[in-house]
Design a protein around this ligand. Sequence first.
Ligand code: HEC
Length: 170
Amino acid sequence: MSTQDSKFFNIFSLVLGILIVITILLFAFARGVGRNTQLAHVESDPKYVADVETNLTSGRVAIAGQDNSALAIAPAAGAVVATLAMPTSGVEVYEQVCGACHLNGIGGAPKSDDRAAWAPRIAQGTATLYKHAIEGYTGKSGVMPAKGGRADLSDELVQAAVDHMVSKAQ
Ligand code: HEC
């Protein structure tokens, strides 16, 4: 290697070294600036905070003797919770529940407007009809499920539905 070459090589190495140092300094500087500005933004972002909250709930433990109501699992916002609308009258109960069988006589159910089928049933008395509708009943023509399968209905609503059905069959 000629002296000129080695001189060039030395200077070149020096410049390279300086550039590397500058790069490292810039990197450290950017990190420092980022920590003070960006991170603060991220940590105050409501979505980030909510995510952290959600992740933390899975790690929470109920403690005996303390208020653990915060641990109750709430359905995620916007989640479709499958609940059946609660009917408010006998007519609505009939339309939403009983009609499924009684409208067209499905499964041997007496059709709501079939007077001949209803006459002997009505003759049993309202109390029996109520009882059979609320508690369920298996007769000659089929199975009448308790409350038409909607166990969450109140007895009063089922009775109102029976009244409605009986009035249609009279
Ligand atoms: C899954 C089908 C089905 C649904 C839903 C249903 N029923 Fe019935 N129901 C029947 C069948 C079948 C019978 C006939 C049972 C028999 O006499 O063999 C019956 C019979 C009855 C009777 C006559 C009972 C008797 O003693 O003769 C009443 C009253 C009645 N249902 C009321 C209701 C009411 C009120 C609802 C809604 C809350 C309802 N049903 C929903 C199938 C159904």
